[in-house]
Design a protein around this ligand. Structure first.
Ligand code: SAH
Ligand code: SF4
Ligand code: F3S
Length: 450
């Protein structure tokens, strides 16, 4: 095996994995490696994996199996991320061609692990249970030059009974506020227009460090003060920790976008209790009412799991009713997938796959109708759109409103990175189509003066 010169990282899973990939890429570039064009030609190939549902794991396992058969001796192959934490060294038994396994709390060890692999020619595993706050976030190599993810808290202490994350990401560790402010300041100075604060539960921020005296909303007030900060978003929040102070921050801070991912998971209080979500349907609805009273134009997103063990048709109907009542602008709907090591494994996965699929389709149809109605209501209105890039067709520009709606419109490349006022005139599927308000006015003035 020789010293790798190029790398390729394949990322699965959520935004936290995307950011970890950017940090690993930065570390590798600092070591002198350059990005490879594809998996095959890379000297170092890393799979940054996800374990959230069975399908997420199966995708990588299938790939690793196929690669084993065609393994090129010169290539170094490693697995990082949540599946690395869930499976640890057992991955070596299944895939003897793997060179290393690095868990979510050890990405700083990537350099030394690579050296060890080269030096000893042995398989190396590093999967600490706890995250030590020594990660150099500032090395992150971001492809996107307008929007950036910034980690504020790692891990999760909620232990929902279906979820692997508390085991794959460990307990909550908040990042010092000064370090977050420094990174955000640098990003704004470098021209970034939108920062998404990341954590499995961002509104637990600071609770593990009471001496900092800085909870999530306090951090938001600090970040909003950064001169030139255009937009702040956050992902994701647990309903129990969404406080009045956070709601007021959304109302009062100019840069904080009016979109809250507010995942209910299920509409029946019995199922919520079994999921250990620590709120009832009624408590959840009360919170949504409070948020809408404080921020009337807020948009809400949610995650839902259908077919949780013992979920009856009537309980599923409660979830349908909640969707119709709340009218989320975005819903991610999943079929329950039993995960090894989670408390829900002690219950039989008793809802047949076809019933889960049927519930998933029925709920998706309800949400599609709501989303369409909501888009129809936006017609004729003007929204602030942060212009991100050309749309896939290469002709129209693409951006998002503060409430996370995708908008396309005609315009020049020079508008990328700016905020434009766009009047929406139609929509196709999930995309709103509009035109620049300024441009129309300019044309009108021009034609009047001729
Ligand atoms: N911290 C986030 C969730 C991250 S996981 C939160 O609490 O909102 C993203 C979503 O995956 C969860 O909200 C849940 O809806 C879904 N999910 C998690 N475990 C699952 C499982 N075992 N089966 C199906 N969906 C699951
Ligand atoms: Fe998983 Fe629940 Fe933590 Fe979200 S809050 S990451 S669903 S344990
Ligand atoms: Fe997957 Fe881990 Fe994210 S399990 S969803 S990559 S936290």
């Amino acid at each position: 095996m020789h010293e790798p010169k190029t790398y390729f990282i394949r990322t699965y899973g959520c935004q936290m994995n995307e950011l970890d990939t950017e940090i690993m890429a930065g570390g590798l570039q600092k070591k002198g490696l350059t990005p490879a064009a594809d998996e095959e030609s890379a000297d170092l190939l890393i799979f940054n994996t996800c374990s959230i549902r069975d399908l997420a794991e199966r995708k990588v396992m299938g790939k690793l199996g196929r690669m084993g058969r065609a393994h090129k001796r010169h290539q170094i192959i490693g697995v990082t991320g949540c599946m690395a934490m869930a499976k640890k060294e057992s991955l070596f038994r299944k895939f003897p061609h793997l060179d290393f396994v690095i868990g979510t709390n050890n990405i700083t060890d990537l350099g030394p692990v690579l050296d060890e692999v080269l030096y000893t020619n042995k398989q190396i595993v590093k999967t600490d249970d706890r995250f030590e706050e020594n990660l150099d976030y500032l090395v992150a190599q971001r492809d996107n030059k307008i929007k950036a993810f910034v980690s504020i808290i790692r891990g999760c202490d909620k232990f929902c009974t279906y979820c692997v994350v508390p085991y794959t990401r460990g307990s909550e560790v908040s990042r010092p506020p000064a370090s977050i402010v420094e990174e955000c300041q640098k990003l704004v100075d470098a021209g970034y227009k939108e920062i998404t604060l990341l954590g499995q539960n961002v509104n637990s921020y600071g609770k593990d460090q009471p001496e900092w005296n800085c909870l999530f909303h306090d951090l938001l007030y600090q970040l909003d003060k950064i001169p030139g900060m255009e937009r702040i978003r956050f992902m994701t929040s647990h309903p129990i920790d969404i406080t009045r102070e956070l709601m007021e921050a959304i109302r009062d801070l100019p840069s904080l976008c009016e979109f809250v991912h507010f995942p209910i998971q299920a509409g029946s209080s019995r199922i919520l209790k079994k999921m250990h979500r620590i709120y009832t349907k009624e408590q959840y609805l009360e919170k949504v009412d409070m948020l809408r009273a404080i921020v009337p134009d807020v948009s809400l997103g949610t995650d839902i799991i259908v077919g949780f063990p013992t979920e009856t048709e009537a309980e599923f109907q409660e979830t349908c009713d909640v969707l119709k009542q709340i009218r989320y602008s975005l819903a991610f709907i999943f079929a329950y997938s039993p995960r090894k090591g989670t408390p829900a494994m002690r219950w039989k996965d008793d809802i047949p796959e076809e019933v889960k699929l049927d519930r998933l389709q029925r709920l998706t149809a309800i949400q599609d109708e709501i989303s369409n109605e909501e888009r129809a209501r936006m017609l004729g209105n003007t929204y602030e759109v942060l212009v991100e890039r050309f749309n896939k067709d290469g002709k129209m520009l693409k951006g998002r409103t503060r409430c996370w709606k995708k908008v396309i419109f005609e315009g020049e490349e020079s508008l990328i990175g700016s905020v434009q006022k766009i009047k929406v005139h139609s929509f196709s599927h999930e995309t709103l189509i509009g035109e620049r308000v300024g441009k129309r006015q300019q044309l009108l003035t021009l034609s009047n003066s001729i």
